[in-house]
Write a protein that binds this ligand. Structure first.
Ligand SMILES: C[S@@+](CC[C@H](N)C(=O)[O-])C[C@H]1O[C@@H](n2cnc3c(N)ncnc32)[C@H](O)[C@@H]1O
Length: 291
């Protein structure tokens, strides 16, 4: 039996009926690919309850009316901001940065030194820590990286996290610095602000942020030497993932790389050309568009 939605003073005590939850989940999946499973119901309710209060709505059925009404487009965008999971940190899954430094960068730096173009994409970048970790790794082995033709594109569906990335100011703890000593070289302390650090200008200048829904057409011209798409597709269905892998394969240069999250795997037809060469690290074997 669907539960009856009631207005309460505590957002966490708001309840949702089955039909309303299905509408919200369908809407989210159609727009972003993100699957909102039954297990995430409580999380969704607590994140959206505040939105209901802002809009002065008494229940989720009224919210669903908005999602199918004239204000659907902007409201769906608001809903996406509330339902995405943006957890990230500097040098997360450090083995990718070690592979970058020791296996991939020597070739890319040689290319950049003779004026070649090097492009890296952090797809689903959240607040930018991943993109800046790439930039710092680059600068560490090639201090001229910022003045070479090397650029990192960082995109996410969520405009709020993009703004954080563009600002490049982060809260860092002693633990962050002891775990990743490189951070002290590429961040500067913000005077008068506890634990706040700015990414240095050279690393900041290498990263360009943009809002992009991976489900939409990709406007980028030119291919990427490396794509980092980590801990993003884990929220998508297998079908959605298998539609994405060939799109990544088609936007990576021959011999280029795809890094994915620790619990993600490339599956389906794209495995013919995206060959696993390390832990959640794939290399594009040969060109040829696949569907
Ligand atoms: C858990 S974070 C991962 C951040 C970073 N890649 C990492 O591994 O630390 C997942 C990010 O994917 C973004 N995302 C989810 N669905 C997306 C979509 N359809 N298009 C673009 N970004 C999406 C979310 O907004 C979120 O910032």
């Amino acid at each position: 039996m669907p539960q009856t939605a009631v207005r309460t003073s505590s957002p966490s005590r708001q309840t949702i009926g089955d039909a309303a939850f299905e509408t919200i989940a369908r809407c989210l999946q159609e727009e972003t690919g993100i699957v909102l499973s039954e297990a995430k119901k409580g999380l969704a309710v607590s994140r959206l309850s505040r939105r209901l209060r802002v809009l002065g709505l008494s229940d989720f059925d009224a919210y669903c009316d908005i999602l199918s009404g004239p204000s659907a487009v902007p409201e769906i965008q608001e809903m996406i901001l509330l339902l995405t999971t943006n957890v990230t940190r500097f040098f997360r899954e450090p083995h990718h940065f070690e592979s970058l430094r020791s296996r991939i960068l020597p070739g890319l730096i040689a290319k950049a030194k003779v004026g070649g173009r090097v492009r890296i994409w952090s797809a689903g970048c959240s607040s930018g820590e991943e993109a800046y970790s790439i930039a710092m790794t680059m600068l560490e082995v090639f201090p001229e990286a910022a003045s070479s033709n090397i650029r990192i594109l960082a995109t996410d569906i969520d405009r709020n996290v993009i703004r954080i990335g563009q600002k490049a100011r982060y809260k860092l703890s002693e633990e962050d610095f002891s775990e990743h000593a490189i951070l002290s070289k590429y961040t500067t302390k913000v005077e008068g602000a506890d634990h706040q650090f700015d990414v240095v200008a050279s690393a900041k200048s290498m990263v360009q942020f943009g809002q992009l829904n991976l489900m939409d057409p990709w406007p980028m011209q030119g291919k990427f030497d490396i794509v980092f798409c980590r801990n993003v597709v884990i929220y998508f269905s297998t079908e959605t993932q298998q539609r994405l892998w060939p799109r990544f394969a088609n936007i990576i240069v021959d011999g280029g790389h795809l890094m994915i999250g620790h619990s993600e795997r490339v599956t389906g037809p794209a495995t013919e050309i995206l060959r696993s060469t390390g832990v959640t690290h794939y290399e594009l074997k040969s060109r040829g568009a696949i569907q």
